[in-house]
Write a protein that binds this ligand. Sequence first.
Ligand SMILES: [Zn+2]
Length: 318
Amino acid sequence: MAMDEFAVLSKARAFVRKVNATTPPAPIKAYLEAVNAKVKPDKSMGPDEAGSSFEVNGTHFISVNANDSGERQNFTLCHELAHIILGLPSDHDSSPWWSYAKRSPNEIACDVFAAELLAPYQLFKPIADAAQFGFKAINQLASQFEASLTATGSRFAAVVDAPCAFVLAERGKVRYAVSSIPLRDAKAWIPTGLALPVGSLSEKLRAGAAYTGPEEIAADLWFDNWTRGGELLEDARYFRPWDQILSLIWFDDEEVPPPPRSINLNPAVDPSSGGVPERVLPPTVVSAAARWPAIFTGSNRALLSRLPGLQHRAAPST
Ligand SMILES: [Zn+2]
C-alpha cells in the first residue's frame, strides 16, 4: 500500500532535524553518513536513468548518473535516500521520469521526501518569504540550495505565504503547476494541458520576443473559470532546446482579489457563495509525471493544513 504523504513528510522532517541542517545548502554528505550510504557516480547510465541503490552488509551503495548536472544528482541522491529511509522498493522501470504516464505512489512518495531533504522547510521558507518575486530570486535560491531551477521554483510556490504559482510548460502546454496555499484557497486553478495564454510573457518569449522583465497580465487568462478579476505579474524563462517554459505568476500586492459581489435576485442562490455555483475541484495537477518535483499539488492541501508551520492563516497555537 502506498505510504500516506503526511507520514512521508513527517519522516523527512524528522530526518532533517536529526541531521541538524542549519544553513543552506542541504547537508547531503551528513544525510548519506546518517544512513551509512556511499555514492558511486556512474558514467555508463543513459539519459533516462537517474540512479539506483542496493545494500551489502548494512552499507547502502547509491549509483547516480554522473552525466547529470550536479543539481540533478543532488535530487537523485535525496530520492534514493528516501527509498532507503522509507523502506520503499524502487519502481523506476514501470514509468521512467520522462513518461507522461502516472508515476507510481512509491516514486511520488520518494519525490516528496527528496524535496524536503533538498530544501528543508525550516531553512528554505524564511529565505523564500523574504525574497522578491521573480526568477532573479529563484535563481539565487537554486544556487544557494544547489537545486535545479524547476525544483526550486516548485518549492518556492509550495511554501510562500503570498498568492503565487510556478508553472512548467512544454511545447506550449502546461505540464504541471504548483500553487501556494492562498491561491488554492481562492480556487485559482491552472489546468494541466492549458495552452500558454495568448499575450502572456511566457507565450511571447516562446514566440521569440526579447525578455525585458516581469509583465502584467489579467488573472483570468491564467486561471480556469476565474471571476475575481485582478492583474497578475508574470516572470518566465524559456529553454529553447527542450521547448520548455518555466513561469512564475503572482498577485503584486500579495492579496487575492475578493470574490465579486452579487445582487441577490434569486433567493435560491446562497449569497455567501457570491452567486457562483460551487465547482467540482479539478483532479490533482500531477497527472503528468515529471522527474521532479511532482509534489505539493492541490491534492496536498489537506495534508499541508495538518503540518505545523504550514497553515499560514492559522492562529498561533503555541
Ligand atoms: Zn525511485
